[in-house]
Design a protein around this ligand. Structure first.
Ligand SMILES: [Zn+2]
Length: 72
């Protein structure tokens, strides 16, 4: 794991050393006949702290698997 290649955020292409592997979450707003929901994509991306502060996501590199909670 000695990769020293400069990495950039896969969402905004901003070079950042604090990139975190995440899964993007698409949030569907509530409408008159559909309750609000969210969908987590399978593909993982490396996001910078800025993107993580602006967009919904889930951490993908969870070392410990203690059960995922679905808030539905
Ligand atoms: Zn970013």
């Amino acid at each position: 794991m000695g990769c020293v290649t400069p990495r950039v955020c896969e969402n905004c292409a901003y070079p950042d050393e604090e990139l975190v592997l995440v899964r993007r979450v698409y949030v569907t707003p509530e409408t008159w006949d559909t309750p609000a929901s969210h969908q987590v994509v399978d593909e993982t991306e490396l996001w910078c702290v800025s993107c993580r502060s602006q967009y919904p996501y889930e951490l993908a590199d969870d070392g410990e698997d203690d059960g995922e909670e679905e808030q539905d």
